[in-house]
Design a protein around this ligand. Structure first.
Ligand code: UDX
Length: 447
């Protein structure tokens, strides 16, 4: 099928290349000319395992092309995926400017029946909003039929390609039988797990469950899923904080809880809290919508509040270890909001680093992938190229992102380099016993 993907961010690029790989002809468009030139020169603006190779393969076979002419992309395609960003407004409500612009463009460019698929996480009711904007921008000359489909993405950064090819479910929300049938056809290779990439891949599944529903329920499935996962983490972090007070161990507690199949072992890691481009934005947006519609968001308020406080547990622990923070050297390992991504949006490490600087510490940061100063990070911190440089002469080492690389550091060397052997492991990631044997004072979260 001929597909146009509007927006070449995380969601757009991964969706586009995966659709090309399963046999469709995909035009990826973005109004940012520079981004399109970069992509056309074979460079990928984001770090995502496997993405570069797949894009290069599908560009060579011309099943995927990049173009900055969105109108032409729309006209040449039967299905249009909207993958533009919906950044949060201060109120928590997502900013829909980019979505509205795309809807206007579709309205003025439409030249045959089209399906418009909402992939971006959009506020509940956006499918109807897009429909209205498209209609308002059609003229008598291009008054073609179209259908809107809500088809939320559930991709995790760092595992995005895998999540598109081998999803746990596909959700399709639409009132149009015709659009639903075409969407099923589009995804047929994924639903049946019948495409080349899957053949040699250990993640291949038998068949993918597909849920057909209305667009409003589909939009809510996405928000409620992310909010539920964030709730799980905030809950566990609250229990971890209690563990510290009463002398229990959160690792044993979560293991014991997870053995109950109704609870399950996943997404139960205590730490410095959740961040990233999705959870913070989506939880706030769902709270906003709940309140807007008079459905109290008591749980969501608490989930956000616990998370806001959780990052600063590291600071309290540092104060307990070091006393006055002023003039102390703090080596920070990690900067991205989680491993295997260069994304620093709403990354808890940034708030922690800023707080250490505010308290007068000298902060050196090492991350295997993030090498540039992220927005909102105080430029007083130094980003270094070598993990040992970050902790050289430090009073304290703080691990904030659980990159595998940090498991394999030479901790005897680390101890010799540091002024004092203090470690705060904000992700309960390192081997506590081993580090204590080497002579470190080790503190985790809830252990
Ligand atoms: C998330 C959803 O998982 C995905 O389905 C959705 O489409 C987009 O949002 P992502 O933002 O990539 O994906 O990150 P995820 O791996 O879910 O982690 C989110 C945050 O929770 C990270 O900050 C992570 O460190 C934290 N986390 C996760 C924990 O603190 N503990 C856990 O047990 C799991």
């Amino acid at each position: 099928m001929k597909v146009c993907v509007i927006g070449t961010g995380y969601v757009g690029l991964v969706t586009g290349v995966c659709l090309a790989e399963i046999g469709h002809r995909v035009i990826c468009v973005d109004k940012d000319n520079k981004k399109i030139s970069l992509l056309n020169s074979g460079k990928i603006p984001i770090y995502e395992p496997g993405l570069k190779e797949l894009i290069s393969k599908n560009r060579s076979s011309e099943s995927m092309i990049f173009n900055s002419d969105s109108g032409s992309g729309i006209r040449q395609s039967d299905i249009i995926f909207v993958c533009v960003d919906t950044p949060p407004n201060p109120s928590g409500h997502p900013n829909l400017t980019a979505i509205d612009e795309v809807a206007k463009l579709i309205g003025s460019s439409i030249n045959s029946y089209k399906i418009i698929v909402n992939k971006s996480t959009v506020p509940i009711g956006t499918a109807k909003r897009i429909e209205k904007i498209i209609k308002d921008n059609q003229t008598i000359d291009n008054n073609y039929d179209f259908d809107i489909v809500s088809n939320p993405e559930f991709l995790k950064e760092g595992e995005a390609v895998k999540d598109v090819f081998f999803p746990e479910r596909l959700v399709i929300g639409s009132d149009s039988r015709k659009a639903i049938d075409i969407m099923k056809k589009l995804y047929e290779p994924i639903i049946n797990q019948d495409f080349d990439y899957a053949e040699s891949n250990s993640n291949k599944k038998e068949k993918i469950p597909i849920l057909i529903t209305d667009s409003t329920s589909s939009e809510l499935i996405k928000y409620a899923s992310n909010a539920y996962l964030a709730t799980k983490i905030s809950f566990i972090n609250e229990i971890a904080n209690l563990c510290e007070r009463i002398g229990a161990n959160i690792l044993d507690v979560t293991y014991g809880m997870g053995l109950d199949s109704r609870i399950g072992p996943k997404f139960m890691k205590a730490g410095i809290g959740w961040g990233g481009s999705c959870f913070p934005k989506d939880v706030r947006a769902l709270r906003y919508t709940s309140e807007e519609y008079g459905a109290p968001a008591g749980i969501l308020n608490a989930v956000i509040q616990v998370n806001n406080q959780q990052k600063f547990k590291v600071i309290q622990k540092a104060m307990d270890m070091l006393g006055i923070i002023d003039d102390k050297i703090v080596g920070v390992l990690g900067l991205s909001f989680k491993p295997d991504t260069d994304d620093t949006r709403e990354s808890p490490p940034i708030a922690i680093i800023n707080k250490f600087l505010e308290l007068g510490a000298e902060v050196r940061v090492y991350d295997p992938v993030v090498k540039k100063y992220p927005p909102y990070m105080d430029s007083g911190a130094t980003i270094v190229d070598d993990p040992y440089e970050a902790i050289d002469g430090a009073n304290l080492l703080v691990l904030v992102t659980e990159w595998d690389e940090f498991l394999n550091l030479d901790y005897k060397k680390v101890k010799n380099l540091m002024k004092f052997s203090n470690i705060i492991d904000g992700r309960n990631f390192l081997n506590k016993e081993k580090l204590q044997d080497i002579g470190f004072k080790y503190v985790g979260i809830g252990i």
